[in-house]
Design a protein around this ligand. Structure first.
Ligand code: UDP
Length: 236
């Protein structure tokens, strides 16, 4: 039995890059989508928020010197591209998926309407939330917390390159160990970076647990959904 009925999966844009320097790597996106498909077959309702960092980020790279809000809108459009690629990849593996955008771009993607999203989830469709929160100065982590709370997800699964939250940066400190679980309060006290501050505060206020795990470990998503002790659980 899966541990959760409905999940919000946050994928960073970089998760789609694979070993490429930028953009979307086909075999990587197919592998991720297949892992999500497996979870839907367990009867779990899945919503996805995808980042845009593999294409454009509002606070770095090509945006240096730009007006921040303009750069952020570009970042949000990058997430729309990733969302379209994901939606397409889901359909290719036979999973019904719907992409919904927080920014009006109706000819390309249907708009985000909460009741509609809930309906799709109940129908077993994967819902991909594009364009983050629709607002500059936010991140897709915050979009994941926001949409997760809105759809009543049991948990936000933050898929990353690392396998969870460590006591210290394992690249700098070889003695660093992985937390299997930690409370929101303890994470604050220990100044551990789980998600950005806005996303973290929203999850904490809404008592929405977060699990940080590595999407690069084959089968990790399935194991996490089945309640395995993998990655780090951030709990109330
Ligand atoms: N962004 C934004 N508002 C949002 C979500 C995203 O302005 O609600 C912009 C922001 O510029 C951000 C970019 O979109 O840098 C890509 O999102 P993010 O950095 O969260 O992607 P990830 O790091 O997960 O790939």
């Amino acid at each position: 039995m899966p541990a959760y009925k409905r999940i919000l999966l946050k994928l960073s844009g970089e998760a789609l890059m694979g070993d490429d320097a930028f953009g979307i790597n086909r075999s990587t996106i197919v592998r991720i989508v297949e892992e999500v498909a497996e979870v839907t077959r367990l009867g779990v309702e899945v919503a996805v928020v995808i980042g845009g960092g593999n294409i454009f980020r509002g606070v770095a790279g090509g945006s240096v010197g730009m007006d921040r809000a303009t750069a952020d809108y570009m970042g949000m459009l990058a997430t729309v591209m990733n969302s379209l690629a994901l939606g397409d990849a889901f359909e290719k593996v036979g999973v019904k998926a719907r992409v919904m955008s927080a920014i009006a771009i109706d000819q390309v993607v249907e708009p985000y309407v909460r009741p509609k999203a809930l309906q799709y989830l109940e129908e077993g469709k994967v819902v991909v939330f594009a364009a983050g929160t629709g607002n500059p100065f936010f991140t897709t982590d915050t979009a994941a917390a926001l949409r997760g709370a809105e759809i009543g997800a049991a948990i936000v699964l933050k898929a990353t390159k690392v396998d969870g939250i460590y006591t210290a940066d394992p690249k700098k400190d070889p003695a660093a160990t992985l937390y299997s679980s930690i409370s929101f309060d303890e994470a604050i006290t220990r100044q551990l970076e789980v998600m950005d501050a806005t996303a973290f505060a929203l999850c904490r206020d809404q008592k929405l647990p977060i699990k940080v795990f590595s999407i690069f470990k084959p089968g990790a998503l399935r194991r996490v959904v089945m309640g395995a002790d993998e990655g780090t659980l951030v709990h109330v």
